[in-house]
Design a protein around this ligand. Sequence first.
Ligand code: FES
Length: 83
Amino acid sequence: MPNDPDAEARRVFLERGGPVLVEGPVEVVLDDGTVVRSDRFAVALCTCRRSRTYPWCDTSHRRREQRGPEERAPVEGDRPDRR
Ligand code: FES
């Protein structure tokens, strides 16, 4: 692929434990050679492979995240030293 020095760089945002956000429109080539396209302004690409709409992120990555006790929201009845 030739590089065009005047071409604007595509910006990609990495989210820890989540999708890769890409400025659209994008074409994604899947491992079986299928090409899918999105014309959206920004596209979330699944990196966890749990999405039912793969390669697009459907937020399924959130369901299996384990929160540590320090990240858990306080619950009524929690001891103050545990909040
Ligand atoms: S990264 Fe969101 S569903 Fe996979």
